[in-house]
Design a protein around this ligand. Structure first.
Ligand SMILES: [Cu+2]
Length: 390
């Protein structure tokens, strides 16, 4: 009897939790209300089955409980009941699958006049590319990716010349205009997901997958990688900024094209002093995903923390000792496995960095070593315990 009561309580609590909990969809900011409907259909059907099955079990526990002198009757087959169960189950499953297939086919069939943007994922960062004035994306190949050509574009393809390259994790989109998002991965499986837009899609190495949407609300929305893609997966984030068409056009016009990027490689024109170099390194640590595994508050993470690292003595995996100077840091970034620090696994990916970028990163790490306290806001924010190692 207590088991039956427990089951009924579980059913009541689950239903109450559903209606009273504050956790629900984020506000919808795209045209994909259909996806919410699809999820709701699935939720209602599975909820009805959950309630019915549990109440039936509770009822059976009471109804067929042991009573002295009563014997159980064995019923080998009940064709009528089996027929009904098969029919109801089939209808339920069809009702759950059909809307999903319908919406999915819609989601991958963009309207002809849609704006095109490519999202390129790699461990653990996002980049974006617009086709430029000719409306065509230039040929690309991951084999061509380098520090000066992070998108792997083919310089021989004239269609790529005017491609607008966003070498950062922030994508701007115009309001109320359909957008086709082409998805490409440089390394492993990733997934492009903006919860407010509802739509999501895997990035599969070697393929170009796609989805489309129309942003319906202005604002800034988070992009998440929704496919476990390695130790830095949790930090593979970005943002979509949706604004009026005019604002979007102004932003797009200010972004570099492939031709311009090749003419003036490496963004060090503005970086003159050591402070500017370190600031650039700090930005790189974010955009290139370094910060996912290297803390700046001195605490060990997936990789060694950067605070106080510069100039310190390091014990390597083979027991030898090295001094963390410029040469050591540069080599460790270029060839992560060459001088592995004791206690850390050899999992750091090789990141394509130009000489200037490498110098900027080392300059940033240097500032973390020279000023152990309070100089770095990041550390102050992230280490309420004053930055002492865990
Ligand atoms: Cu990812």
């Amino acid at each position: 009897m207590s088991l039956a009561i427990a089951l009924v309580l579980i059913v009541v609590a689950s239903v109450l939790f559903h209606f009273l909990s504050p956790w629900w969809f984020t506000p919808l900011s795209s045209n994909w209300g259909q996806l919410d409907d699809t999820i709701l259909v699935t939720l209602v059907i599975t909820a009805l089955v959950f309630i019915a099955v549990n109440l039936f079990v509770a009822w059976s526990i009471v109804r067929f409980r042991h009573r002295p002198g009563r014997r159980a009757a064995f019923e080998p087959e009940n064709r009528r009941l089996e027929g009904w169960l098969t029919l109801v189950t089939t209808l339920g499953i069809v009702a759950m699958l059909a809307p999903g297939l319908y919406v999915y086919s819609d989601m991958i069939s963009p309207p002809k006049d849609a704006l095109v943007v490519e999202a390129l994922g790699q461990q653990w960062q996002w980049r974006f590319r617009f086709p430029g004035a000719d409306g065509r994306l230039g040929r690309s190949d991951t084999a061509r990716v380098s520090a000066d050509n992070p998108f792997g574009l083919d310089p021989a393809d004239p269609a790529g010349e005017d491609d607008v390259l966003i070498d950062a994790a922030e994508l701007h989109l115009p309001l109320a205009r359909p957008v086709t998002v082409l998805l490409r991965s440089r390394d492993v499986l990733h997934n492009f997901y903006v919860p407010h837009f509802r739509v999501k899609m895997d990035l599969v190495p070697g393929l170009v997958s796609r989805l489309w949407l129309t942003p319906t609300q202005p604002g800034r929305f988070e992009i998440l990688c929704a496919e476990l893609c390695g130790v830095g997966h949790f930090n593979m984030r970005g943002a979509v900024v949706v604004a009026e068409a005019a604002e979007f056009d102004t932003w797009l016009a200010a972004q570099p094209t492939f031709a311009r990027m090749r003419a003036a490689p490496a963004a060090t024109e503005a970086a003159t002093g050591p402070a500017a170099l370190a600031a650039q390194g700090r930005a790189l640590a974010q955009t290139r995903g370094c910060a996912a595994c290297h803390s700046t508050d001195g605490s060990p993470s997936v990789g060694p923390g950067w605070r106080g690292l510069y100039g310190s003595a390091r014990t390597l995996a083979d027991g030898s000792r090295v001094h963390a100077d410029d040469a050591y840091l540069m080599r460790s970034i270029r060839e992560p496995a060459a001088q592995l620090v004791q206690g850390y696994p050899a999992i750091m990916p090789v990141t394509a960095l130009g000489d200037d970028e490498l110098a900027a990163l080392v300059a940033y790490i240097k500032t973390l070593g020279e000023a152990p306290a309070a100089a770095d806001e990041d550390a102050a924010r992230r280490a309420p315990n004053g930055g002492t190692p865990r």
